[in-house]
Design a protein around this ligand. Sequence first.
Ligand code: HEM
Length: 483
Amino acid sequence: KFPKIHSATTTAIPKSYPVVGSVFSIAANFHRRVHWISDILHTVPSSTFILHRAFGSRQVFTANPAVVQHILKTNFPCYRKGHTLHLSLGDFLGNGIFNADGETWKFQRQISSHEFNTKSLRKFVETVVDVELTDRLIPILFEASRNKTIISDFQDILQRFTFDNICIIAFGFDPEYLLPSLPETAFAKAFDDGTRISSVRFNAAVPLIWKLKKILNIGTERRLKEAVAEVRGLATIIVREKKKELIEKSVLESVDLLSRFLSSGHSDEAFVVDIVISFILAGRDTTSAALTWFFWLLSKHSHVENEILKEIIGKSETVSYDEVKNMVYTHAALCESMRLYPPVPVDTKEAAFNDVLPDGTFVKKGWRIAYHVYAMGRSEKIWGYDWAEFRPERWLSRDETGKWIFVGVDPYSYPVFQAGPRVCLGKEMAFLQMKRVVAGIMKQFRVIPAMDEAFEPEYIAHLTSLMKGGFPVKIEERSCTVQ
Ligand code: HEM
């Protein structure tokens, strides 16, 4: 039993005033907005409510699977990224897939889906992930275990790992961010700032403030401008080099996403840069966040650790692509961990026309509507009385020989990867990467939190989630035995 997971409290829908709506409550809870909205959703019987923002703007929040299915699939044409997202994220993401609707989105989705076919995924695991694991991550963990030093932030190590991985997939460029010296790279730092400031814009209680700061070029808006210039500057250099490389090569040898877009006839630099930036955003902090919480939960649940070890023992030294695919229990444990700590806690759309949700809620054209992944993962209505337990077995059954079989759940009750036509393109890639990393680390090491036994880390989120303050750990070499 794991009782200390953030427990829901009864929280009423905030009071709304003329003109300013619930701006005071929104501002007061801004630092804990994910938990606050989640608590309200657990309190209201319909699991859906309308938040009144300033100047008549409205945002619907829901944790109801039937409503999620309606938004993401049944009435997909109505629920788009929309104006507010486009405006808030546009400076950083341009027209990249995360910020695109209609034909621009369709085109990017079509071309990039080739990057996720079986051949590309196998190559990703057997080259990109394996090399980074063997040459960079394992040596760092080995040094820490041998010298008995504390790794002050394992989350940072995992972020560096996934950043290198995704840059290779997206650009064919290795930023070498995970090195023993843990270098500062201007590109990664600028990327962080760009994401954080864009997310604050999107969630702002009074958007007029960031708009004024932008006009005056001060504070965070000034930093955003610099960060965007840095990210786009480097990305443009890489695009130009890649263009030259593709002219020199008689056949297409590169398999990165950038090469695919350039060879599909798209030479507009700004657009190709947009596409690549969205992919880096998609692939970097999502899997690192998932792995951070996974290793923390694992340290508190020895029976789960043992089951995973049983699955890993007997696999080849560098666990192969096919072996990784078949790690059923580990797959379930990752799903369970992301249920409680989803890498993307809230996802927002905007209504293109008036609509009525399946629960009767009226949605006016232009309103924002968000499905709350975090609240849904902690909903007793969806997961039952034991929702607070970390129990991978809820995703599994046994076949007649006693082997684990994975039993999925309806994606509208578990929209961790979204669902419907815009379901996450990198879902399979993410699982392969995470399972390969888990196997690689757990085969040799135990990851032990270097924090007080009773300390419960805090879940926070910008666009993706984070363990607040980082994850300090000790690393112990494992003699691979199952207790
Ligand atoms: C645990 C890891 C991951 C999680 C939980 C996750 C979750 C999500 C979610 C919730 C969305 C919907 C975002 C939105 O439209 O508002 C999404 C979209 C997307 N994801 Fe992932 N993601 C993960 C890893 C990855 C990876 C590794 C990649 C690629 C390298 C990737 C590529 C994408 C792309 C391209 C989209 C946009 C799809 C579209 O709009 O058609 N994701 N992901």
